[in-house]
Design a protein. Structure first.
Length: 449
């Protein structure tokens, strides 16, 4: 199949992400029907969802399409995104995995992430084929086809996932840990993993859910919640996850945020000191702070920089034969263990790191550098068309041309929301604001024209 050159209509950098109520029955049924007999065979499908209220109906409609096409359906019910990837890699007898989640977005959004049999996100070509099928498929989704007794409950597989994670902790140290589950998927695993398997002293917050509270003022995208709680108790470290459990943001005992950039540095140093860092190189994205690059240079670890998106990180890990990469957002891939980011796994690595160095997280990040960086979002109706206008504008090109070697201006369309994202970095905070204000002025003029 020849790779398409046009942009996907539905798929972004992390599967399909839409307002939850745009996932109508025909849309979901068509995806299930396509995957159920892809390559003209009855496929075996692993499916799960996060805790948001729209997830169950979307799962049922996809399952109806799968059943119609003759597929075998194995339902994990509520689980994390990385658990799908892990079980596909381990079991080796599933054809696809489907995760219904909008990750860090609010409950009003939802999404569909599709994994191939090896646990990786599906190819661009397959995404295009699915989109074509959705648009051209005969609408026979008005009838209910599947019988729930033919859907196999697969919750027992999740015990294998918990054991896999627990075996990654290499020490016997016990810490006082505060965990924010964001009212999401990790709510089902955090206590079992950290308390019962790893024997840590844990307090868990935001582990209940009602379908509407996922990521609401909590979790990795609202880190103030964890900061405020950690200051109230005697904790060694805090872990905050997003709705589907593929991201981790840490907070130190003193309330300092340890984002994905800090984690990448600490993991790189740890793996290097243990002689486990492949080719002495890691994968970053264009969002990574220049301070991270400065610190990596100081320990003689090189890096490859790719576009934002975990699928680009994963591809570079494969292409360059590396075993560590990730994003500032806290999406870290430990490629020797799993081919996608896993917040729970990343948290265990952080426990390994503070145990190995016998030091607090505050001490470990004390001398690291964070250069001034500003993130700004502009909401747009048609992000792709506006993005094309923005990057082709001569005034924007002039700003980019004037950027100095220790500065950064990144303008990109969000892969998950109707936003144009602007990132500016410089060693001088005043210069950061100067660049940002110029860019915002021009971009607003372009959008309004």
């Amino acid at each position: 199949m020849k790779t398409q050159q046009k942009k996907n209509k539905y798929f972004g950098t992390d599967g399909i992400r839409l307002n939850a109520y745009m996932f109508d029955r025909h849309f979901c049924f068509s995806i299930g029907k396509f995957l159920g007999n892809y390559n003209n065979k009855k496929n075996k499908i692993l499916i799960a969802r996060d805790t948001r209220e729209s997830g169950e109906q979307i799962l049922n409609d996809i399952s109806d399409g799968l059943y119609f096409s003759g597929a075998e359906i194995y339902n994990l019910d509520i689980s994390t995104t990385p658990s799908i990837s892990y079980l596909l890699q381990k079991e080796k007898n599933f054809d696809f995995g489907i995760m219904i989640s909008a990750s860090h977005n609010s409950y009003t959004d939802n999404g569909i992430k599709i994994f191939s049999k090896d646990g990786r996100k599906i190819s661009d070509d397959l995404e295009f084929a699915i989109e074509e099928y959705i648009n051209n498929n005969k609408n026979n989704s008005s009838i209910n086809y599947y019988d729930k007794k033919y859907i196999y409950s697969s919750k027992k597989l999740l015990n294998d996932y918990i054991i896999f994670l627990s075996e990654k902790y290499k020490f016997n140290n016990s810490y006082n840990i505060l965990i924010d589950c964001a009212h999401g998927s990790t709510s089902l695993f955090a206590k079992t993993l950290f308390k019962e398997h790893l024997h840590q002293n844990v307090k868990i917050i935001n582990a209940d859910y009602n379908g509407k509270d996922i990521n609401k003022d909590c979790g990795s995208t609202h880190i103030d919640c964890l900061i405020n709680h950690i200051k109230e108790g005697n904790y060694d470290v805090g872990f905050s996850f997003d709705g589907d459990g593929d991201r981790l943001i840490c907070v130190t005992k003193k309330g300092i945020v340890c984002d994905g950039d800090f984690q990448l540095y600490l993991n790189a140093k740890y793996l290097k000191d243990c002689n486990r860092l492949s080719n002495n190189q890691i994968v970053l994205t264009s969002m990574s702070n220049n301070g991270l690059k400065y610190d990596l240079d100081n320990i003689n670890v090189s890096y490859v920089t790719v576009d934002v998106g975990d699928k680009y990180v994963e591809k570079a890990l494969t292409d360059f034969n590396l075993n560590l990469g990730g994003e500032q957002s806290g999406h870290i891939i430990h490629y020797d263990d799993l081919c996608t980011g896993d917040g729970l796994l990343s948290a265990i690595y952080m426990l390994n790191i503070i145990s190995y160095y016998n030091a607090s997280l505050d001490d470990l990040i004390e001398d690291l550098h964070v250069f001034p960086q500003i993130l700004h979002n502009i909401k747009v109706n048609n992000k792709r068309e506006n993005y094309k206008k923005i990057i082709s504008d001569t005034r924007i090109k002039k700003i980019l041309k004037d950027i100095k070697y220790n500065e950064k201006l990144l303008i990109r369309e969000s892969g998950t929301e109707p936003l144009i994202r602007i990132t500016v970095s410089s060693i001088d905070s005043k210069r950061c604001h100067e660049i940002l204000n110029k860019a915002i002025t021009i971009i607003n003029e372009i959008i309004q024209s």
